[in-house]
Design a protein around this ligand. Structure first.
Ligand SMILES: Cc1ncc(COP(=O)(O)O)c(C=O)c1O
Length: 397
């Protein structure tokens, strides 16, 4: 007896291996600086925690409507209207257990066997595996730092076939921090308007936008684009709420209905307590976001300068999210007497053992030759990490 074909086709990512190893080292008392994480080092804002405590005290601890409470879906509709100029009724919105579940349910809702799903590499680790679970086919457009990790109109046109059913657009991007501006989104939108397929706009990092850059929600480009787009967002990154598991999707009613069906037969509603907390996060004071953004911009500037000044590391300056994605190919075929570096995984393992710094190999994101490092650690830790990385890389010849 074996596991299903669908599951045996799925990879456990090397991200997990590095994170697991880093955790075991930390458990043994080894001073590892973990830059592999995908979350803020801030606690959840106190008003949000208080709302959850209140929900428990008031026994708001039972099943809710499968697609989320009306209060929360109205708060989300309000946010989308005010911030993104998008009009959705609560019936066009679903709340799920994290944005991850929204992406999964959206893919399951639109993909038939063999349908093609276009997205760019480097990609978020879960996209190809989710496509594979839906028996779809990933069509990957490769990007690199020379094109600012963004796809062009020509590349997209080339990737489209009669079997294309979906484009996934992660903006700003995990892992690169690249941000599409309005003009670039309009160019992509022109193609979407001409064709007959859906778009998942994964906008989970929308609040982490730096300098004078502006975030534009893809669905807001035109009514035609909106009618084909499933906007995915959530509170994990924006409100330091990764553990609360609240994500949401807004889109065409028939797709949201389909996502609701899947959710009703798998997890049911997201936690009632987390939903009450999410209403407060969205409707309460927003000062947290501005503070967090300013703080992360400082960390980005500092860590970017530190990493870019290390001989052999070349780094794209991210406009959003909270990751650096330096090119590390300079170190390929270099070695110490114990380690030889041939792939990004080797360099990640080398840095973990030699520098005690955990980073994620680019291969996990479909792009060999890079490492992903989160700059969500404190300035002090980032400074120490950069020093250790420089030292370790200096030993490779
Ligand atoms: C691009 C992207 N989309 C979606 C998610 C999922 O977020 P959530 O924690 O809300 O499930 C993540 C989390 O790392 C992400 O990086």
């Amino acid at each position: 007896m074996t596991v299903s074909k669908r599951i045996s086709n799925i990879n456990i990512s090397s991200t997990m291996k590095i994170a697991q190893e880093a955790k075991e080292m930390l458990h043994k008392g080894i001073d590892v600086i973990d830059l592999s994480v995908g979350e803020l080092d801030y606690p959840t804002p106190p008003n949000v925690k208080d709302a959850a405590i209140k929900a428990i005290d008031q026994n708001f601890t039972k099943y809710t409507i499968n697609s989320g409470t009306i209060e929360l879906r109205e708060a989300i509709a309000d946010k989308l209207r005010k911030e993104d100029y998008l009009n959705y009724s609560p019936s066009e919105i679903i709340v799920s257990n994290g944005a991850k579940q929204c992406v999964y349910n959206a893919i399951q809702s639109v993909i038939n066997d063999g349908d093609e799903v276009i997205f760019s590499s480097p990609y978020w680790v879960s996209y190809p595996e989710m496509v594979s679970l839906a028996i779809g086919k990933s069509v990957i457009i490769n990007t690199n730092e020379r094109d600012n990790f963004k796809i062009s109109r020509e590349q997209l046109e080339e990737a489209i076939s009669p079997r294309t059913k979906l484009l996934i657009l992660c903006n700003p991007s995990n892992p690169t921090g690249a941000l599409y501006n309005r003009n670039e989104l309009e160019k992509i939108a022109e193609i979407i308007e001409k064709h007959n397929f859906y778009v998942i706009a994964d906008e989970i990092y929308e609040k982490m936008i730096y300098d004078d850059n502006k975030f534009v929600s893809f669905a807001s480009i035109s009514e035609k684009v909106k009618s084909k787009t499933i906007v995915v967002n959530g509170l994990s990154k924006s409100y330091a709420m990764t553990g609360w598991r609240i994500g949401y999707a807004a889109g065409p009613q028939h797709i949201i209905k389909a996502m609701n069906k899947i959710q009703s037969h798998s997890t049911s509603n997201a936690s009632s307590i987390s939903q009450a907390a999410a209403v407060e996060a969205l409707l309460g004071p927003q000062t947290f976001i501005e503070q967090m953004k300013n703080d992360y911009q400082k960390r980005r500037d500092f860590f970017f300068n530190e990493i870019n000044s290390i001989n052999g590391l070349q780094c794209f300056k991210p406009q959003g999210a909270f990751y650096l994605f330096p090119n590390i190919t300079y170190f390929f075929n270099k070695s110490t007497n114990i380690f030889r570096i041939e792939h990004s995984f080797d360099l990640a393992m080398y840095l973990l053992y030699e520098a005690k710094v955990a980073a994620v190999p680019g291969s996990s994101f479909g792009s060999e030759g890079y490492l992903r490092m989160s700059y969500t650690a404190s300035m002090e830790k980032l400074g120490e990490a950069a020093k250790r990385i420089k030292n370790a890389l200096g030993k490779l010849t």
